[in-house]
Ligand binder design. Sequence first.
Ligand SMILES: C[S@@+](CC[C@H](N)C(=O)[O-])C[C@H]1O[C@@H](n2cnc3c(N)ncnc32)[C@H](O)[C@@H]1O
Length: 722
Amino acid sequence: MDFRSSRSTDPEVDLLFREQIVREASVQFEKKFQFETAPAGTPLPPLETLYRSPPYTVPALQEQKRHLNEVKNRLNDFEISDWHQHTRKRSSLLPILNELRYRIRAEFVTQAFAKLYECVSAYELINTDLRELGSVHLCEAPGAFVTGLNHYIRLNCAPRTQWNWFACTLNPYYEGNCPGNMIPDDRFILHTLDSWCFGADGTGDIMVRENRNAIIRRRQRFPTVHLVTADGSIDCLNVPEEQEERVAKLHLAETVLALSLLSAGQHFVLKMFTLFEHSSVSLLYLLNLCFGELHVFKPCTSKPGNSEVYIVAKYYRQPDGIDQYLELIYTHLQTDENALFEQSTIPDSFLEQLHSCTAHFVRWQTDVIESNIRYYRASDPLEDQRLTIFKQTIMEMFFDRYRITPIRNGERIVHGVKVSEGPNINQKESRGTFNERVQLAATTDANRKERLRSLRERLDYLTLTRQLFQPEAMLNDTPLRGGPENGFHHVQHELAFAIGKPIERVKSSKFALITCVRLLNDTIDLYRTVCSSNDGPLPCASNDPITVTGNTISIAVTGYASITNIAHHEKELFRTIVRTLFQLIQQDCITSPLEHSPATGNDPLELIVENWLPLTQVSVGLLYLLKLYVFKDVEALSPTRIAFRDLRNSGVTNLVGIHDAVLKAYTKASNARPGAAKSVLAIVPITSLLDGGFHYAMLNYNNALCLIFCARLLEEIKRSVV
Ligand SMILES: C[S@@+](CC[C@H](N)C(=O)[O-])C[C@H]1O[C@@H](n2cnc3c(N)ncnc32)[C@H](O)[C@@H]1O
């Protein structure tokens, strides 16, 4: 029946129209597939056959992949922000999130909150009779699975059920992490730091063995782990067709880790995307043998036009000898391109089920994409009306089905702070069409003139659109600790060293916008290319970019571009600052190095640092300590110069103490065993550095200086290239 022509006049048709919508809405909650349970005791493929077979394809699955990609490729010329706006308008997600945020007032609501809630409710993943629960959340920043699970537990379990959790993720504070893979939003993490495990090297990368070991050790604190979630993904916006291969290793690492963490009989939730390649076949087969139930689920709050699905594996069987398998898989997964299981060890019946599963999900997804395309920029009042009713229906069904009501304030995880209202300065943004982004990526390989032009354009754009955060904020806005003349015992309380993988290049920072850091890195890359070609007059590769003249320490911008190990540079800068300060203090005729201020009547002591780009926790920590415990005053004299003034009474003692403690930490880091080389990653807690005005002033200063660095380097490059 064609409702479109007749519904507005005939009430009976109107009813049918609404029933049709209800049917369509119900389907959104039933995007599910369950694999047949393997008979208990079915052995895993023999250990010696693992990673022996070269990669293979399953033709029936490849056919599905081709079909899906054909439909997806029709989107390549749509401007992405425009397209996102269109699909957002059509999506039923927003009304649900709004209800969760404003009526339910749930804690830290994101799409992930809703998806997790669906998985846990739809598959009853929490035994509500238990009085003590344990869960581990892998690849979890910014943390809404955790707040979603808390909400579920508080509504469904007995009051005061004890719940222990910890989470792992690429560390948003580790400046060497690539922002494309990591979610820098730390609004929840900052208030729950003790519940996050960033591994032995501080990166949080679960693909690193010493981090995996650290996570397994941490799990020992829990008697039972009832649920492991793994929501890992990495940015594949520019290579959507390769998404499955790109994330395959991560998903396998998550699974191997989950199987080491989970207690027998308990459950695992894993995010995956398409399931066409041998990597997915092996992974799902492994789960099929290891669990009593294996489901694939697309929550109604997962964007219906993407390939995201959740694998829900229930009742962990913990097969005998599983640890040997996990160890072997983890050893191979990074480097071995072979298939985990030989195709011959996977029963046809399993492949047939997988085929049927992917066929369902591909159909659901392509239907949505096609209808989104149909209504793109089309004005259709009837469709708008249908959509309004559809969204309202889904929203009502969602709350009926999952019975979500508010919890008490005291039952939230974070008390006294509204997590969602905290600053999230580095929000993800994508502009342009897919084809434009591919072209932009290609300019990385383009000739130097083209790269120079593209970098100049980005610099102009950022300079023009640069926003100031709390413009009145100043570097002096550090909290007052322990009174105005705080002695060294206060500094000692403030110091907190983190040790981990040395940072070679700053790729992200809490103290600058990622767009600025990225532009600086791209500019430095071009600068180095031009330098290494040796045909220009560039003043490259000065080994030591730090020079001292009088009371001014200066960092050469071109020298900065040649630094290949930021950790090393920071240590040198720290030493230079301390050495210079001691010299200045001596010159100021301070007779006793302890507990004296400069002779009254002299000009107050002043130290100037020029072109200091403090992007890391170590640098910002040093600046913070100098301000709080050594000098009374710090000021950005200009966009490139920071001045420290007016020594505190206990400034010298504090400086000696800080110097000794920091050097001791560096020595400890260099002696750290076992594992790879280590360095100091932080000298004060991150919570101190992200405290109010000081943080915003640091952001504003660094953003401006990043752009100045870029402008200077581009000038140098221009002289050589043009
Ligand atoms: C979609 S987000 C997770 C969202 C989260 N479940 C929530 O509820 O807010 C994907 C996460 O995977 C993490 N990730 C990606 N690669 C990782 C790796 N190698 N090790 C650890 N975490 C990783 C990223 O840091 C990111 O936080």
